[in-house]
Design a binder for this molecule. Structure first.
Ligand code: PAF
Length: 282
């Protein structure tokens, strides 16, 4: 695996690979890699001749300076994991390399960015669109891989791809979970032992709600999930929305969407955790 720190060298290597007729898969990450990221790499390796993983804590997508400051940075361990996973190129640029001047682009991300994380984290999705569009322009991959834990983010990236007319397949990959069901996240390391012990109730409550939903309305199901989690000490639901998986818009009836997705954000102490679950049409 080659570690690349400049856009110039990245472009050179990609051009060489494409000259050889190789297909390229890109896995954008912010580092602090865990088995969830590695599952994206495995899928990318399976689908492509060459895999590029970017490791870059993108400042423009953080609307909270403390979150940016404390975001885990574990470059050495990340490189070891990527090497073992068979990655060809790890692109690890500095902030100056990516943003030699401020990125002032505002993307018209439309309705998919107007709900849930959109209003909760103003500017976040625009920052994601900025960095992902830059990476796409630098690598011009055939395919790019994103985890479905950030379900809304994938919809936003698809929208950005449409606006920018990138010819790139966006591939959403299933959430990787710990044995007790907690969705893998770089933020999990911030949980205290006590918080870590209660965090799996997010997923158990969501899975249990799929059954509950068969005999209850959307409103009742949402209330059930929120009340169950809020009753646990140290847990506070920020939002729970049941949306149409295709549009990200909240639905009022189960018949309103082919696939409905329940998207949740919960504060477990100070740590903001997200997860989601699919409900099928009935
Ligand atoms: O999901 C993430 O880790 C980030 O939002 C991404 C897609 C790597 C962009 O910085």
């Amino acid at each position: 695996m080659e570690i690349i720190r400049t856009v110039e060298l990245l472009r050179q290597r990609i051009a060489e690979e494409k000259q050889l007729g190789h297909s390229v898969g890109l896995v954008p990450t912010m580092g602090a890699l865990h088995a969830g990221h590695i599952s994206l790499v495995e899928r990318a390796r399976n689908d492509n001749d060459v895999v590029v993983v970017s490791v870059f804590v993108n400042p423009t997508q953080f609307n909270n300076p403390d979150d940016l400051r404390t975001y885990p940075r574990t470059e050495k361990a990340d490189c070891e994991k990527l090497q073992v996973a068979g990655v060809n190129y790890a692109f690890i640029p500095s902030v100056e390399e990516i943003y030699p001047e401020p990125d002032t682009r505002i993307f018209d991300l439309g309705e998919v960015a107007e709900v849930m994380e959109g209003p909760m984290r103003p500017g976040h999705f625009n920052g994601v669109a900025q960095i992902v569009s830059k990476l796409f322009a630098m690598v011009e991959p055939h395919r790019a891989y994103f985890g479905e834990k950030d379900f809304q983010q994938i919809a936003v990236i698809r929208r950005m791809v449409e606006i920018e007319r990138f010819n790139i397949d966006i591939i959403g990959c299933p959430i990787k979970r710990e044995d007790d069901g907690l969705a893998m996240s770089s933020r999990n390391v911030r949980l205290t032992a006590e918080q870590r012990a209660i965090a799996p109730t997010i997923y158990s409550t969501l899975t249990e709600s799929v059954d509950y939903a068969t005999t209850h309305s959307i409103e009742e199901t949402k209330k059930h999930v929120i009340d169950t989690l809020n009753a646990i000490d140290q847990m506070e639901v920020e939002y729970y929305e049941i949306v149409n998986a295709a549009t990200m818009q909240p639905i009022a009836n189960w018949s309103d969407a082919e696939t409905a997705v329940g998207c949740i954000t919960v504060y477990c102490g100070e740590v903001r955790l997200i997860d989601n679950i699919k409900y099928s049409k009935r």
